[in-house]
Design a binder for this molecule. Sequence first.
Ligand SMILES: Nc1ncnc2c1ncn2[C@@H]1O[C@H](COP(=O)(O)OP(=O)(O)OP(=O)(O)O)[C@@H](O)[C@H]1O
Length: 444
Amino acid sequence: MATGNILIVDDNKSVLASLELLLENEFRNVKTATRPDQIKTILTANSIDVVILDMNFSAGINNGNEGLYWLKCILKDFPSLPVVMLTAYGDVELAVNALKNGATDFILKPWDNKILVEKIKEAYNSKIKDKGSKEEKKEKPEMLVGQSKVMMQLIKMIHKVARTDANILITGENGTGKDMLAREIHRLSTRNQRSMLSVDMGAISESLFESELFGHEKGAFTNAYDCRPGKFEAANKSTLFMDEIGNLSLPLQAKLLTVLQNRNVTRIGSNKVTPVDIRLISATNKNIPEMVQEGTFREDLFYRINTIHLEVPPLRDREDDILLFINLFIRRFSAKYQRNEMRMHDQTIEKLRTYHWPGNIRELEHTIEKAVILCEGSVIRPKDILIRQNWKPQPTAVVANLEEVEKQAIESSIRYNNGNLTAAAEQLGVSRQTLYNKLKRFKL
Ligand SMILES: Nc1ncnc2c1ncn2[C@@H]1O[C@H](COP(=O)(O)OP(=O)(O)OP(=O)(O)O)[C@@H](O)[C@H]1O
């Protein structure tokens, strides 16, 4: 089935008509415009995959400058959009100039139909590939391994398993770097030529689960205007990272298990079975064996995703790494906020080193970002660090009464979940409303 939306911009109406006729058999939708000043409006309102842009618009001006001007305008607002230039006056210099300025390709008028279609298809495919890799690359800084013994062992282990196809389950508290570790495993794997695909199982609603993961055909349900591959198909020959796998309901666990067992998917609305070759990495902050005992996680699914189990340690168990993280984040945020030569006062380092870090590396990262923003001089002092320094996990044996135990459990859970009351309520096994009532009663 044809996919892809093409926009052709040329002031010559007969050129537009013949290109439209040629391309509408090959692509889902072909739009045309005679004036380049319409481009931005069209691109903003439509999901265009490739633009075919004429080099010359004003009669009598054939040096291509106008085309180059509009090419730059398009790429400024839509940097990953392929633009194929079209001109009757193309010479090598003009072609090179357009390519240097970011054009994807170049077609000479009069064109050869077959070559033109091929070039536009190539441009479209380059966008689809590029989209995946850019999405994964954006704002994904490199992983700091550190020097703590526990991390060294973990890294040794991932070097051993990365190049196999074994399914991996990564567990660890929130913010310990599970997502980052999954990326590192993919980077070290034989599948690293393709981008890793991630799916947050906690964020997918029951109704969208199948279409997101297995894909759908056009018209398969209301709003299915388009056929779309799911994450499994998109991750073919690569790695699929399923984050928050512990949040899947039992019916969805059953659907997932079927696909993992059969290694093929069927899009909604289709009978065609498509084999998929994926390496699966899953992550959770939940205790899955405990969930299996309670009957909230399927044992057979657990064994399928858990060929190798990696536990990422909490930051408080990586004391040797804290200083390295502090330096990394100071450098990163000083550069981001253009604060030159910022450094930590010794007492600040001590404050950071002795804190319990319930939100782990993410909390440390945010704490340092805030400190860099708030600090007025170039030395970050303890007062710039906004954490509750004197908090330590309390042994429950020393508390006076049941109410006190309850209060401490609530405080600790809210801290553990970085202030997320829904997550805290879930962890405590009470409703959100009950948690609110208790917060009010204990004046927390
Ligand atoms: N080894 C590391 N080097 C550099 N930054 C790290 C490292 N580990 C974690 N971080 C940073 O800490 C933050 C949290 O990391 P990440 O999202 O991987 O944790 P997570 O365990 O997957 O969290 P969650 O359980 O909440 O999904 C990110 O901003 C990440 O960039």
